[in-house]
Ligand binder design. Structure first.
Ligand code: PMP
Length: 308
């Protein structure tokens, strides 16, 4: 899907025209993939555009920087303010949701793997972006393939870092799934338990209980946490425990969660229909409740919203 351009990108403290937001081809991160990034969404509410869980995303961005040894030149408040200001400066069509992509990266000036003498830059872009796995997917569910790629091992990578280097693993899994005719990949960890999707966390429902794996081999997902909070509010029983591949096949319902993917039902895994092979009842209930929260229609969760 082609990017929908907006007017300005924040680059190292300045708002520059979208097309002028450029960096040198010898920027260190382009070669060695150490860049911390976030994916944040803002939704139109009755009171205007509101960023969903802005501070949690910025905290995770700075945690990724810390884990990845990136000395971010901008602090928590500056990064939050820049994201708000960027949304104010750009003009978005009414009633569309906006995706925000902050990135902290190693710039130009030094080559070789050692990066601590290199300059660190930051940029934030925002554009209109609809359903990541398609509107059809949100309603009818998607088809998932268990990946032949194991999720990056905790012995060699840091799953809690949203760092570009982790995404070669995601990219290979996603491509494998798409080329095999599926919509998304579901990755196992190196012990064979469900880890996460290429860019989403995973839930199943069995006998009315909502189950999602611990974050041992996955990103600490903000949407996963939101869904757990919402489910608790709705009185749903929740378990955080490991899930095996065979348990996915016999789940009553399954869905992915992510800032981009929101809550996307899974209707099939490896040619086995999940439940009745369509969006499950609890999945739909959680989806509706999630959209109520992000669109500002549930005052109990107004703490999650930052109005622009
Ligand atoms: N896992 C991976 C690998 C991801 O890229 C994402 C998207 N950020 C998620 C899980 C979901 O995280 P979040 O709900 O915070 O967007």
């Amino acid at each position: 899907m082609a990017l929908k351009e907006s007017q300005y990108i924040w680059l190292d403290g300045e708002f520059v025209a979208w097309k002028e937001a450029k960096i040198h081809v010898l920027s260190h991160s382009l070669h060695y993939a150490n860049s911390a990034f976030e994916g944040v969404r803002a939704y139109p509410t009755d009171k205007g555009l509101a960023i969903f869980r802005l501070k949690d995303h910025t905290r995770r961005l700075l945690n990724t920087c810390k884990m990845s040894l990136l000395n971010c030149p901008y602090d928590f408040d500056a990064l939050n303010a820049a994201q708000i200001e960027l949304l104010r400066k750009n003009v978005f069509a009414p009633k569309t949701s906006v995706y925000i992509r902050p990135i902290v990266f190693v710039g130009y000036g030094v080559m070789g793997v050692y990066h601590l003498n290199s300059p660190i830059s930051a940029a934030i872009a925002a554009w209109e972006w609809g359903a990541y796995l398609g509107d059809e997917g949100l309603e009818n569910g998607i088809r998932v393939k268990i990946s032949s790629w194991a999720r990056n091992s905790v012995k060699s990578m840091m799953g809690k870092a949203k760092v570009a280097a982790n995404y070669l693993n995601s990219q290979m899994a996603k491509c494998e799934a798409i080329e095999a005719g599926y919509d998304e990949a579901l990755l196992l960890d190196s012990e064979g338990f469900i880890a996460e999707g290429s860019g989403e966390c995973f839930f199943i429902v069995r006998d009315g209980v909502l189950i999602t794996p611990p974050s041992d081999n996955a990103l600490e997902s903000i949407t996963q946490d939101s869904v757990i909070n919402i489910a608790r509010e709705l009185g749903v029983s929740i378990e955080r425990r490991r899930i095996t591949r065979d348990e996915v096949y016999i789940a009553d319902e399954a869905f992915f969660t992510g800032t981009a993917a929101e809550i996307t039902p899974v209707r099939e895994a490896d040619a086995r229909p999940i439940g009745e092979g369509k969006r499950g009842e609890l999945t739909q209930k959680l989806q509706e409740a999630y959209f109520d929260v992000v669109y500002g229609r549930n005052d109990k969760f107004s703490r999650f919203l930052t109005l622009i």
